[in-house]
Design a protein around this ligand. Structure first.
Ligand code: PHB
Length: 464
């Protein structure tokens, strides 16, 4: 008999439905590529990676920049903190890191090991909470990162329905992990909690034994919290994306409108009907419907009868690169803009005993310039930032840190309203007016705080 050679067929990407919104699909592709590139790509590389025309990439990025989701810096596009609102909506609606994150943190403290929470995401698992303990660990995943289901402990828990799975260096030589399921009130597995260690501390088999009791107690607390969490939720005002951005004026309106749909979801509203989404976003029903068809096709949304839900894949839109950051990195672009605006040296400081330490500084180039290096320590009494961090308040001014210098500082506050840092301008005396400086500083401090707040909703952001 004649053998007909068969060519293995390449995996086919299903054709998008006719009603899918092509500009939204392209914009999502750009965000996903930027995320995979750890947050930054040259526009030309973005065009190559997506196969889109350079002019299309430019228009997409201009739209994303208008929404504050991307920063354009010369030839590069970089993901920007406001995009974290999309990941926040997803993390909130998952109802996992919100209620269970603090319990994972406690377990990490108790065991002095890293602990993570992961959820299933198609053929992957995705991390939704990470507590990093041992800095020497050669690998660490971020919130939003995915691993193939078959290659990690939480994946084995989900895939094989195991009560406990061990990762004996599946992911990385030296890395060992134990994962167990956490069940919701209806008995279904909601997430897996993993304890992650290193073979220098524990062999894989021994890790399970060493952590069993605290881990089991933690899962019991988690399941008990899940039993009551949902009933305590009250829908509050929605955190809208693109606050202040006029969606009607961006180059690609359908992309901006489509992205808006994602932030209709939150913990109190994890499943929404089309009507509810249209109401929440102010979009026409037909517009919201086509965006949802697009998301469903791409796996960012699932539909169960009439209710739509976000999938963890939404975290592939920026979460991992944006989630591991620090306050000085968040503040960087704002410091540059402020320094440019005032023409003076501006910086960020944190308390350090009875001193303050400079953690970021942008100084304009000129003949005579203020020279305070990042990392330098100054007595708190000698600078406006020091006085403010020591004494509290909304504003401080000081002559110093050297004769002939003047500094003015305002606070940068975290989500809980605590002063985590002080933003200052420091210049030669007589060059500026305290009041005008304070006003400009306050505006910048509010922008920095807004970026800090959206970033730190589900991840911890170090102040330095
Ligand atoms: C992690 O949280 O880094 C982790 C968890 C489970 C694994 C591997 C890594 O199997």
């Amino acid at each position: 008999m004649l053998e007909v050679p068969t060519v293995p067929s390449a995996p086919v990407t299903p054709q998008p439905p006719a009603e899918a919104v092509a500009p939204l699909m392209r914009g999502l592709d750009v965000l996903r590529r930027l995320t995979e590139a750890d947050g930054t790509l040259a526009l030309a590389d973005l065009a190559r990676a997506t196969g889109l025309a350079r002019s299309t990439v430019d228009r997409i990025c201009a739209t994303l920049a208008h929404l504050g989701f991307v920063r354009l810096d010369g030839r590069d596009a970089a993901l920007a903190p406001p995009l974290m609102a999309v990941a926040d909506a997803c993390l909130d609606a998952l109802r996992v890191p919100g209620p269970l994150g603090p319990l994972a943190d406690r377990l990490a403290d108790e065991l002095d090991e890293s602990v993570s929470l992961a959820v299933p995401d198609g053929t992957d698992i995705r991390f939704v909470h990470q507590v990093l303990r041992r800095r020497a660990l050669s690998i660490s995943f971020r919130v939003g990162d995915a691993l193939p289901m078959h290659g990690c402990a939480p994946g084995l828990v989900f895939r094989d329905g195991l009560p406990l799975a061990v990762d004996d260096q599946l992911v990385e030589p030296g890395l060992v992990a134990v994962a167990v399921p956490v069940r919701g009130p209806d008995g279904s597995v909601v997430c897996a909690v993993s304890v992650v260690s290193h073979t220098s501390r524990h062999a894989a088999g021994e890790l399970a034994e060493a952590v069993r009791e605290p881990l089991e107690a933690c899962v019991r607390s988690m399941e008990s919290v899940l039993g009551t969490y949902a009933s305590g939720l009250r829908p509050g005002p929605r955190a809208s994306i693109a606050d202040g951005a006029d969606i009607g004026r961006v180059p690609i309106v359908s992309l901006a409108r489509g992205l808006h749909v994602l932030t209709a979801f939150d913990a109190a509203r994890p499943a929404l009907t089309l009507t509810e989404i249209a109401e929440a976003t102010g979009l026409a029903r037909a517009t919201a419907r086509r965006a949802l068809i697009t998301y469903e096709h791409l796996g960012y949304v699932t539909r169960d009868d009439r209710a739509y839900r976000l999938t963890p894949r939404v975290l592939a839109l920026g979460c991992a690169p944006l989630s591991r950051t620090t306050l000085p990195r968040i503040a960087g672009p704002h410091l540059a803009a402020l320094s440019e605006r005032l023409g003076e040296s501006v910086g960020l400081s944190v308390p350090d005993g009875d001193h303050v330490r400079c953690t970021a500084r942008v100084t304009p180039r000129r003949v005579m310039s203020v020279d305070i290096g990042v990392g330098s320590r100054l007595p708190a009494a000698d600078t406006a930032a020091g006085l403010l961090l020591r004494d509290g308040g909304e504003r401080a001014a000081a002559d110093g840190p050297e004769a002939g210098l003047r500094s003015v500082a305002v606070p940068v506050r975290d989500r809980a309203g605590r002063m985590v840092s002080a933003l200052d301008v420091t210049a030669h005396q007589g060059r500026g007016d305290d009041g005008a400086w304070a006003a400009a500083l306050t505006e910048s401090a509010q922008r920095i705080a807004a970026d800090l707040h959206v970033t730190s909703r589900f991840v911890s952001v170090p102040a330095h």
